[in-house]
Ligand binder design. Structure first.
Ligand code: ATP
Length: 315
């Protein structure tokens, strides 16, 4: 296990999970540092929920290991779950209960349950304690589930797509405030989302997933700092990409190429210079653009690795 994993509240080490022929997780390693807001982003089916279910001990790794507070969540659910607030993807709640009954039911499980916080959240989320859960709208259900995960002030809050079902105001103001408050109190948040703008607003650290793999993981500011949309111009037309591993695309007659680049600008300048070209611009881009570029790059790499393997087999 590397140093980052050793210091982490959640340490996922080379975890693999297959469903039939699908590798939902393919040797995934991640560390969630204490006190951080960790955003997990990925396209539909990338493996985010599967990863979160491993953190919650709902799946046992087929390969690799998961530790939460240094404990195995499958072997020691009591030691782990009392310290974790969890908002599941499907917001499962007992349909027949009223909200006050749900809160009364949950309270004894958690020594850290905070009545005044529960009251405050009821008001903030505009929930009626007498409402029956089966009559709640999708948004009210999402807020009730979130309240239930927050009211015992968990050390670790795990949210699977917390924005689903929430209107833009709750999403932007309340959810953001809650997530930041938790981190400011030294607690930790791990959340999944496909809303890159939201992830960019609240996260300290981001991991991007595609097809069961982590394609990028790091502090948000470093990720944003290192990626640039670069435009290159050449005196002579270039028939192939000047730097294939970064997937530059040519426009027009092959004299101008653009792409998302996260390597050293000096190295790029040298390489482009040797081909008779220069860097025209290197501009910062949004997390959304970084995500698209990294996922495309990862898919292209996997495709060419596959082609090479089948070529090897044919030879
Ligand atoms: P989304 O954003 O759509 O919720 P996700 O990133 O959370 O996607 P997962 O739900 O973890 O993705 O699914 C990852 C892959 O594993 C998908 O191909 C999915 O079809 C498959 N998968 C997940 N759970 C099961 C299951 N219980 N049985 C079979 N396949 C599954």
């Amino acid at each position: 296990m590397n140093d980052l994993l050793c210091d982490s509240i959640v340490a996922i080490d080379r975890v693999t999970r297959r469903f039939g022929a699908t590798a939902a997780l393919d040797r995934v390693s991640l560390g969630v540092p204490r006190g951080s807001v960790f955003g997990l982003v990925g396209e539909n089916g990338a493996g985010k929920t599967t990863l979160i279910k491993h953190v919650m001990g709902l799946f046992k790794p087929q390969e690799g290991s998961v530790r939460v507070f240094g404990l195995d969540p499958v072997a020691d659910p009591v030691g782990v779950l009392a310290r974790v607030g969890y908002l599941s993807e499907d917001r499962d709640l007992p349909e027949w209960m009223r909200i006050w009954e749900l809160l009364r039911y949950l309270r004894p499980f958690y020594p850290t349950w905070d009545d005044s916080l529960a009251e405050e959240l009821l008001v903030r989320f505009e929930l009626d304690v007498n409402a029956q859960i089966k009559t709640l709208s999708q948004g009210q259900r999402a807020r009730t589930a979130l309240l239930s995960a927050l009211a015992y002030r968990p050390e670790l809050l795990v949210l699977d797509e917390p924005s689903t079902g929430l209107d833009p105001i709750v999403r932007r103001d309340i959810l953001t405030a809650i997530i930041r408050t938790i981190a400011d109190e030294g607690r930790t948040v791990l959340f999944s989302s496909h809303l890159l703008e939201e992830v960019e607003r609240v996260s300290d650290r981001v991991a991007m997933m595609s097809q069961g793999r982590i394609v990028l993981d790091g502090p948000l500011d470093e990720i944003k700092e290192s990626h640039r949309r670069v435009t290159l111009r050449f005196d002579e037309p270039q028939s192939i990409s000047p730097y294939p591993s970064f997937r530059f695309e040519g426009n027009g007659d092959g004299r101008e190429w653009t792409g998302v680049y996260d390597g050293s600008i000096e190295i790029l300048a040298e390489r482009v210079g040797s081909l008779g070209g220069r860097i025209v611009s290197a501009n910062p881009i949004s997390l959304d653009e970084i995500f698209v570029a990294r996922v495309e790059r990862s898919k292209a790499d996997r495709l060419s690795a596959k082609k090479e393997t089948s070529l090897d087999r044919e030879l």
